[in-house]
Each structure stands twice: as C-alpha cells, then as structure tokens.
Design a protein around this ligand. Structure first.
Ligand code: BES
Ligand code: MN
Ligand code: ZN
Length: 447
C-alpha cells in the first residue's frame, strides 16, 4: 500500500527537468473518447508501478478534453490509479524492488479544464474499484463470509451507514431455505449483510445485491479440478457492491441505497445438500436442487425476495458471477444483463459506456424460462443446458415480484480481462464499481 498525493497546477513548468517521458498513442482524433483516455492512462499507471516511480505529471490540453463527456481530469486519474494497482500482499518483495511509498500526480492544467475536486473524484472511484479487486484476489482461506461482514461494518463506521448482519438463526426464522441449503455443506456460517446509505433529500431507493460465494467448489456436484482455484473470485459481485458503497460514502449521491450481500461457501461437507433435495425459499416457493453447483441463484433468490419485501426499493440491480455460459456468449469484455424493465436497462447500459464497465442485454422471452419449471416442486435450479445465462437470470426473476430489476452476470468480466490498459494482467478487475457509481450518480426516476 502506498499513499497518493494529487496536485493541480495552472502553469506548465518544470518540463526542463523531466527525467523520463512516456508517450502513449490514443488513435484517431475524432474517434477519441473517455474510455480510450482511461486505458492510455492505465498503461501509464502500469509503467509507473513497474518503474517504481514516485512522481508523474500530465499536461491537459483542450484536444483531449473535447473528446470526453466525463471530465478529462477524472478519467486520467482514474485510469492511472487503476493501472498502477498491484496485488502483492502475499509476496516478499526483494530489497531493490521495494515499492514507492508515495506517488505524486501533478496535473498541469494551464487552460483550466478541470479542478482538484474532479481529480479527487477519479481517485475515489479508482480506489473503490481497487478495494473490490483486493477482496476478489484475497484467497478463500483468508476471506470467509465473516470477513466480508467485517468489511461491510468497516465501511458503515467510516461513512456513517447502517450495517446489519443476519446470522443463520435469523435466516431460519425468515425462511431462507435456499441460502441455508447452500451453506450447510460448509463449517463456515453464512451471513446476510445489509448496508444502508441514506440521503436526507432522497426520494428514491435503489437496492444493490451482490453474490458473495467466497469459494465455489460446486458442492456435491463437484467442479473439475482444473482452474477450480479461480472460484475464490465467486464473491466478486459482493466485492463490487462493497467497493461501490465505499465510493458512495465519499460522493454522497441524493439517493437511498441498500446493499445486500448473501455470503457463504459452497463446499461438499458431510451435511451438504444433495441433488434432488427440495428447499423452501424466502418467498415460499419450493425449489428442487438438481445441481448443487447452481448455487448463486439460490442465495441471490432469497436475498432478492428479502430486499423487495423489507425495503420496497424503486429498483434492484444484482451482480453475480453466475454462469460460465456468459463467457461463451460475451467473452471477458462485456457483462451480460437480464431485465424486466427497459428504462432501467437503458440507464445501466449508459452507465456502462460512461464507466468502461460495458453491459449488453440478453433476450429473456418467456419460453427460455420453461426449462426451470419444476417436476416435483415449483421450480428447479437448472434447466436443460442451453442458454444458461438467460435461464439463470430468469430463475432470479421468480424472486423479484414486479420491482424494476437488472441482473448482471459478471462471470466473464470479474477476472482474466486482457487488452484493457487499466486492467491488471491477472486477477480481479473490480468490475461493477464504477458502473454502479455512475448509475446512482446520474439516477433518473423510472418512467
Ligand atoms: N460460480 C459459477 C459460475 C462460473 C463458472 C463463473 C466458471 C466463472 C467461471 C456458478 O456458481 C456455477 O457453477 N454455475 C454453473 C451453472 C450450471 C450448473 C447450470 C455453470 O456455469 O456451470
Ligand atoms: Mn457454482
Ligand atoms: Zn458460483
């Protein structure tokens, strides 16, 4: 960890003393947009980290500024801070490779294109994203459901929010049979984390729900060994929601925001649930478990039903590393979405373009949902095999009532993202943080 200092100077001076100059191409002038600049700044950040440099300077020019809807200064600092991120908490760094303890960004802005306030917003957004990355990268032996709960409590304390953590006994009383069914294969108790941010002038409430499976072995429907280590990332939805709340606590949007995180391990212990088991969800629906590896929809279903009933939000967004199928459909560059509300979807899509966390809607014609109608119960947790991302999304829709809702499948975009300048070469991306921050900051009451 190192500290950052951001300076803004109206003069362009000191250039005679520049020891190293880094030039990064940004393509054609009329094709330039915010994301291109964010990526270029990200590359610069990576160089900065590799060189252990402690000072970096930028000159802002109107040419770059015109190309961006978002403030150029914000995008530059954001990209730089994201690019410089490294996860080396578990590495002994040799003496001569010791990392710079503080980094200074000097923004030369002779034309007064930006402000210190805006530069700091870029920093806050990137720090929230980096926090989500670190939660994602931390191995599952050091990040259990209780650790996510502690993180939430820390955020609540720092930013004057309310935090409630429901324990398994509370879930029993509430009838959350799907969440409890997943957690019964592990010795670590599940938690349901609720973090509430409110603004005095708010008239609308948005709920953010994040999948927090701290390790997904598949349970009795055990996953193959290859790449199973990557299932420590199965809590990236939760990480995105926590990173977002951290940013929200500092930017104070005029909205009430409820974060809900169902968190558990999915392990095949002696008490684990079996294929064929039938459980009762929080909303009373009975669900037959045909594959214990389709656990994300189970824990989210109970969380969605709970937040809709208890808080009656105006809109709900859920983020989950829900299906491998979304990687087949969209690769690692775009998050897949399922929705019941076109207006909300459009707001999310626009936030995706703005933030660089791009989102694409998948179809959800009712026929896709036929395959999860249950044989022995109301529902079953898997369909026939085709269009897995859509079926997963439609399973969740059974727990949302009529509330405007967008489901984001971030299984592809949460790690392993290549060829994006500000993304790490390996590990978690912190996807969703800047997307959600943009969404709540530009929130428009739904039609
Ligand atoms: N966490 C996984 C989804 C996943 C798989 C994310 C691979 C990233 C890479 C989820 O819990 C899961 O196991 N989904 C199953 C669903 C299936 C059993 C219907 C999947 O995608 O195989
Ligand atoms: Mn699974
Ligand atoms: Zn999972």
């Amino acid at each position: 960890m190192c500290s950052w200092q951001i300076n803004l100077s109206q003069k362009f001076s000191g250039y005679e003393k520049i020891p190293q100059l880094l030039a990064i191409g940004v393509g054609k002038k009329d094709e330039l947009d915010a994301e291109t600049i964010r990526r270029a700044a990200g590359k610069a950040g990576k160089m900065l980290a590799a060189l252990n440099a402690n000072t970096v300077g930028f000159l802002l020019t109107p040419l770059l500024n015109k190309a961006t809807e978002t403030d150029l200064g914000q995008v530059l600092v954001e990209g730089l801070t994201l690019g410089a991120y490294e996860f080396n908490a578990y590495k002994k760094l040799e003496g001569n490779k010791a990392k710079a303890k503080s980094i200074k960004i000097i923004c030369c802005d002779p034309e007064k294109l930006t402000s210190l306030k805006v530069l700091k917003i870029g920093k806050i957004r990137a720090d929230g994203t980096n926090m989500a990355r670190t939660l994602g990268n931390t191995p599952a032996n050091d990040l259990k459901p209780k650790d996510l709960a502690e993180e939430a409590k820390k955020i609540a304390k720092q930013h004057k929010m309310e935090c409630t953590v429901l324990e398994e006994k509370d879930m029993k009383k509430l009838g959350m049979g799907m969440l409890l069914g997943v957690s019964q294969g592990s010795r670590e108790p599940a938690k349901l984390i609720i973090l509430e941010y409110s603004h005095q002038k708010a008239t609308q409430t948005v709920a953010l729900v994040g999948k927090g499976v701290t390790f997904d072995s598949g349970g009795i429907s055990l996953k193959p060994g290859k790449n199973m280590d990557e299932m420590k990332f199965d809590m990236c939805g939760a990480a995105a929601v926590l990173g977002t709340m951290k940013v929200i606590g500092q930017l104070n949007p005029k909205l009430n925001i409820i974060a809900v995180i169902p968190t558990t391990e999915n392990l095949p212990g002696g008490e684990a649930q079996r294929p064929g088991d039938i459980v009762t969800a929080h909303n009373g629906k009975r669900v037959e478990i045909l594959n214990t590896d389709a656990e994300g929809r189970l824990i989210l279903g109970d969380a969605l039903s709970y937040v809709v009933k208890e808080f009656k939000p105006d809109a709900v967004i859920d983020l989950a590393t829900l299906t491998g199928a979304v990687i087949t459909a969209l690769g690692h560059l775009t998050t897949g979405a399922i929705t019941n509300n076109d207006d909300l979807m459009e707001q999310v899509r626009k936030a995706g373009i703005n933030s660089g966390d791009r989102v694409w809607q998948l179809p959800s014609f009712p026929e896709y949902g036929e395959s999860i109608k249950g044989k022995y119960a109301d529902l079953q947790n898997i369909g026939g095999g085709d269009s897995g991302t859509i079926v997963g999304g439609l399973f969740l829709e059974h727990f949302i009532d009529e509330t405007p809702w967008v489901h984001l499948d971030i299984a592809g975009t949460s790690w392993n993202v290549k060829h994006v300048g500000y993304q790490p070469n390996s590990g978690a991306t912190g996807v969703g943080v800047r997307l959600l921050v943009d969404l709540v900051q530009n929130w428009k009451t739904l039609k």
